[in-house]
Design a protein around this ligand. Structure first.
Ligand SMILES: *[C@@H]1O[C@H](CO)[C@@H](O)[C@H](O)[C@H]1NC(C)=O
Length: 144
């Protein structure tokens, strides 16, 4: 291979390197539900050598006892986040936090107990943007 081709290939490789969500967690294990309560979810991202875009996140909530299993999102859905609009679609290695609304308006008909927050991430990777759904789950105890 000609040296310029190698340099071009390497440049493309590094220019297109992007990150994707690796895991989701929260420091709030117990949340008291009010009219404007939110659950902070922290998304850890890792750099990867291929194109990676996390387009959007759909977030749902289900009671722990019913065992929400992906692709189930939960008994209710909470919010959809446009990661491109929010500037979190192609982050480097690190993390970002989103505030998930869990309030009397959307979760008020549940009674206090243990719940599972499920996140479905729409993402694409590689030179041809193969798309897939990735799922993450976080437990939380709600006082309602
Ligand atoms: C939630 O789960 C924890 C751990 O299993 C348990 O100690 C707690 O009593 C549960 N909360 C409710 C309201 O059921």
């Amino acid at each position: 291979m000609h040296i310029l081709s190698v340099i071009t290939a390497l440049t493309l490789f590094f220019v297109h390197a992007a990150a994707h969500i690796l895991s989701v967690s929260t420091t709030t294990t117990c949340l008291t539900v009010t009219s404007d309560s939110v659950l902070p979810l922290t998304f850890s991202t890792t750099i990867s050598p291929t194109d990676n875009i996390d387009f959007s996140l759909a977030v749902g909530l289900g009671t722990a006892s019913v065992n929400i299993t992906p692709p189930q999102l939960g008994e209710i859905w909470l919010q959809n986040f446009d990661l491109v609009a929010l500037g979190h679609a192609e982050t480097g290695t690190g993390s970002f936090t989103l505030q998930i609304p869990i309030n009397t308006n959307n979760a008020g008909f549940f009674t206090s107990g243990n719940f599972t927050v499920t996140v479905a991430a729409t993402r694409a990777f590689g030179a041809r943007y193969g798309t897939e759904l990735a799922f993450y789950q976080v437990p939380v105890e709600l006082t309602i």
